[in-house]
Ligand binder design. Structure first.
Ligand SMILES: [Zn+2]
Length: 341
């Protein structure tokens, strides 16, 4: 990622320090030179970020050699990476929330106009975990203190995500009540011993622990149990629900596939309708557009089943279509619709 920056910016943005007077003597600050000029690829296009340096104008001031710069500009990207921090955060979200693979992440980003290769995605992902680790250490004790004041203690959860088969697994420890990430670490073996070493410092903070939560992974459960046998332990409800609902989710997926198969013919209908310029063809295209949007329905299994959703919505479209044909009083077209079902 340190290769020559060949990005062509569609906008140049200039930043100056967030304050216009010297913080020590309050004299006016004056522009001295450009501190940095960097072109980065963001989710909103390619931007050149110019950070302008300012200096105190008072020759007596002890700050005279200090160059002030914009913190906001510095927040837009990290060193040695030509992607915006928004892209980094998005890679993390796609990876950990949506469990996408490197290739899928590459496709999503390229679709948004952010040019990346699989290798770039890997680098961005690595940077993301570094930032995650850094942010985990930042300020977390203060938040834990507040959580103890409100709830009488903290609840710890731990989960491991393997980015790609063969890679190290990223383990993340969260405090559940406040949603704070307390620690993140790449672990090679996932053994109980190694996980214990990872949890120990958090327990060492000394805050009262109300409980532990994790998925069914035995080494995690054992690590918690060994370190603090008295603390109640619970399976993560989401993982639990996901596991017991698996047969239903599998059937639901089949339902969705079957409905999709039946609707495969809409491309032909669209083609025909596009050739005409009548009220009927316009209505047809509105219906095919509705069907297409239904087919994109992903739902959120297991609580919201995509197959059932697609079924319900196609049923609504079908009802509407029939009503429409009734109004028009066209028995033969109506028959055609029924036959196609
Ligand atoms: Zn000054």
């Amino acid at each position: 990622m340190r290769t020559k920056n060949r990005l062509v910016a569609d906008e140049i943005k200039y930043f100056r320090p967030e304050f216009s007077n010297c913080p020590t003597c309050q004299s006016k600050l004056d522009y001295c030179h450009t501190v940095s000029k960097k072109t980065i690829s963001t989710l909103n296009g390619v931007k050149t970020i110019v950070n302008m340096g300012y200096r105190c104008t008072n020759p007596e001031c002890k700050n005279i050699s200090t160059v002030f710069r914009s913190a906001q500009a510095e927040h837009l990207s990290v060193k040695h990476i030509t992607y915006g921090i928004d892209v980094l955060a998005f890679v993390g979200e796609l990876r950990f929330k949506e469990h996408k693979t490197r290739k899928e992440i590459m496709n999503v980003l390229n679709g948004l106009g952010v040019v990346v290769s699989e290798r770039h995605v890997q680098k961005l992902y690595e940077r993301y975990t570094v930032l995650l680790r850094a942010s985990a250490e930042y300020n977390s004790k203060e938040i834990l203190k507040e959580t103890v004041e409100t709830h009488g203690g903290i609840i710890l959860s731990m989960d491991g995500v393997q980015p790609e088969k063969g890679n190290e697994t990223l383990y993340v420890i969260r405090e559940v009540l406040s949603g704070t990430i307390l620690a993140a670490k790449n672990v090679k073996s996932s053994s109980t011993e190694e996980l214990m070493e990872f949890i120990k410092p958090i327990i060492g903070y000394g805050f009262p622990i109300l409980g532990f939560v994790s998925d069914g992974q035995k080494s995690i459960r054992l690590a918690f149990e060994t370190l603090s046998p008295e603390t109640p332990y619970q399976y993560c409800q989401f993982h639990y629900l996901k596991d017991i609902s698996k047969p239903v989710v599998d059937k639901d997926r089949k339902l969705k596939t079957n409905i999709k198969k039946k609707l495969r013919g809409i491309r032909e209908i669209e083609k025909k309708a596009l050739k005409e310029d009548t009220l009927e063809s316009e209505t047809t295209l509105a219906y095919t557009a509705a069907i297409r949007s239904v087919l994109l329905e992903d739902g959120c299994p297991p609580l919201e089943l995509p197959g059932i959703k697609v079924y319900e919505q196609t049923k609504l479209i079908q009802d509407s279509l029939e009503k429409c044909l009734d109004k028009k009083g066209a028995p033969c077209t109506r028959k055609a619709v029924q036959n196609s079902q």
